[in-house]
Design a protein around this ligand. Structure first.
Ligand SMILES: [Zn+2]
Ligand SMILES: [Zn+2]
Length: 423
C-alpha cells in the first residue's frame, strides 16, 4: 500500500478540515530490520540517536543495531515496560540533550514516552514496530500514567514508521489478537461519531470515516489468518492499524478510531491502576468493551421510536464512584455537561436515523464470531474482571470524557434499558 499517496489524497478535502499527517515515510516489508539505517539515511534522519526498547522488543528486532552502521547509537533499554509512566518520559527526555533523534523499538508503552519526550524537545522520531497490537502510532496524543492516573498528553507522531513483516508474523499471538480487538472497536467509534455529528453538529468527515471503515472491514475478512505466523497476514493487520492511526491524525483527535468502548476500557484501566493491578493489553479490554457496546446498541435499535427527556444525573453518586479521580471528572462536567445543549425533541425526531447508523455496522454476532476466530478474548471473565465492576463501569464511564456517545445519549431515553446487557 502506498501510504504517502493515501495521505496526499486527503489534502483539500471537501469537508473543509485540513487533514494533517506528519508521517513522512512508512515502510512495511520483509527483512526491513536489516535496512533501518538505510531508511533513516534516506529520510535525512540525524546520525546521533537514542534507541529506546525493552528487552523483549530489542530481542524481537534482532539485527537492528547492526543495521545502524555509521550511526552513533545510545541505548535506553527497559527490562520490561507494560505501563508507561511520567518517569519513563523524563528518562527519555534526559537523553535528548545529548542525541539528535530517537528510534523507538516496540509499540504502545515503548512508543508513547518517546512520542511525548520528542514532542517536548522537538526531536525527530522513528518507530520500528515489533507487533501489530494497537493503532496509536499516528496519534498526536500519548497516554501516560502519572501517579495512579492515566492521562493523555499532546505528543507527536513519528516521522518514519518501519515494520518488518517477518517480525510482525513472529509476534506473540495474544498481541495480534489484541490488535484485532482494537480494530473491531472502530464500528462503535463510527456509530458514536455519527450520532454526535447528528445531535451536536460536531465536525464529521465521511472520507475519514470511510478510511476507518475500510480498515476495519479488511481486518474482519482476515479473522482466520490473524494469529497465523504468516507474513502477509501480519503485514495486512499492521496496515489496517496504520490506516486507522492515520484517520485519527487526520482529525487531530481519536474520534475516528475510538468511541465509548475505549472510554470504558480506560475506566477499567484507571480503577485497576488505583488497585495496583497490571492492566491487560489495551486491545484485549477494548475488544470485550466493544462486544458489550454492540450488544447494547442493538438493544437500543429495537426501539422504532423513543421518548426523550433531559439527562438527569445524580452527581454525588457519580463522583463517589470515581473516588480519588472525582476531581478530574468534576472538571469535565462543570459548569455544564456534554448533553446539556441537546434538545430531547431532536433525539426523538432523529431516532430513525440513529437506528440506521447502528444497523450500518456488522452485528454483535458477526463481530463475536470474527473475534473468536482471531483468537480474541470475548468475555468479561476472560479479561479477569467481575460482572459487578463492569456493570458499574457501564453506568459511570461516559462521564470521564467530554465527548458525546450514543451510550450517553441513551441516558436521555425513557423506558430503554440503561444497565449492562447480558453477554
Ligand atoms: Zn475531510
Ligand atoms: Zn485503541
Amino acid at each position: 500500500m502506498d501510504f504517502r499517496q493515501l495521505i496526499d489524497s486527503y489534502q483539500n478535502c471537501d469537508c473543509g478540515m485540513e487533514h494533517r499527517c506528519d508521517i513522512r515515510d512508512i515502510r512495511v516489508g520483509s527483512g526491513l530490520v536489516n535496512q533501518v539505517g538505510q531508511i533513516l539515511r534516506e529520510n535525512h534522519f540525524p546520525t546521533h540517536i537514542l534507541l529506546v526498547a525493552d528487552k523483549h522488543t530489542l530481542q524481537a528486532a534482532d539485527g537492528i543495531v547492526q543495521s545502524l552502521e555509521g550511526f552513533q547509537v545510545e541505548q535506553h533499554i527497559y527490562d520490561e515496560l507494560r505501563v508507561a509512566t511520567m518517569d519513563d518520559v523524563r528518562l527519555v527526555e534526559d537523553w535528548l540533550d545529548r542525541v539528535d533523534g530517537v528510534l523507538a523499538v516496540g509499540t504502545g508503552s515503548i512508543h508513547d514516552p518517546s512520542r511525548l519526550a520528542c514532542a517536548r524537545r522537538n526531536k525527530p522520531l522513528c518507530l520500528f514496530a515489533t507487533a501489530p497490537s494497537m493503532d496509536g502510532f499516528a496519534s498526536y496524543n500519548a497516554p501516560i500514567v502519572d501517579g495512579n492516573f492515566k492521562t493523555t498528553h499532546p505528543a507527536k507522531c513519528p516521522e518514519v514508521v518501519i515494520a518488518d513483516t517477518r517480525i510482525l508474523a513472529d509476534a506473540p499471538a495474544e498481541l495480534k489478537s489484541a490488535g484485532f480487538g482494537d480494530m473491531v472497536s472502530k464500528y462503535i467509534a463510527l456509530i458514536d461519531w455519527q450520532v454526535s455529528h447528528l445531535l451536536t453538529g460536531e465536525h464529521y468527515c465521511q472520507r475519514v470515516a470511510n478510511l476507518t471503515r475500510e480498515a476495519a472491514d479488511r481486518l474482519m475478512s482476515m479473522a482466520d489468518q490473524v494469529t497465523a505466523r504468516d507474513e502477509q497476514a501480519a503485514g495486512a493487520v499492521f496496515e489496517s492499524l496504520l490506516m486507522t492511526g492515520i484517520a485519527m491524525s487526520f482529525t487531530g483527535t481519536s474520534r475516528p478510531g475510538s468511541g465509548t468502548e475505549h472510554i470504558m476500557a480506560h475506566y477499567w484501566e484507571c480503577q485497576e491502576l488505583l488497585e495496583g493491578k497490571l492492566p491487560n493489553y489495551h486491545g484485549e479490554d477494548v475488544g470485550v468493551a466493544t462486544l458489550i457496546m454492540l450488544r447494547y446498541y442493538e438493544e437500543l435499535a429495537q426501539w422504532t421510536s423513543v421518548l426523550a427527556r433531559r439527562e438527569e444525573n445524580d452527581w454525588d453518586t457519580i463522583y463517589d464512584d470515581y473516588g480519588p479521580l472525582a476531581e478530574d471528572v468534576r472538571r469535565l462536567n462543570t459548569p455544564d455537561t456534554i448533553t446539556d445543549p441537546i434538545d430531547p425533541g431532536e433525539v426523538e425526531r432523529l431516532w430513525p436515523e440513529i437506528v440506521a447508523i447502528i444497523r450500518s455496522v456488522p452485528s454483535y454476532e458477526q463481530c463475536l464470531d470474527a473475534m473468536e476466530r482471531a483468537g480474541c478474548k470475548t468475555t468479561i471473565r476472560q479479561i479477569g474482571k467481575d460482572r459487578e465492576f463492569v456493570a458499574r463501569s457501564f453506568r459511570y464511564h461516559p462521564y470521564m470524557r467530554r465527548r458525546l456517545s450514543l451510550r450517553r445519549v441513551a441516558n436521555m431515553l425513557e423506558f430503554v434499558p440503561h444497565e449492562l446487557p447480558e453477554c
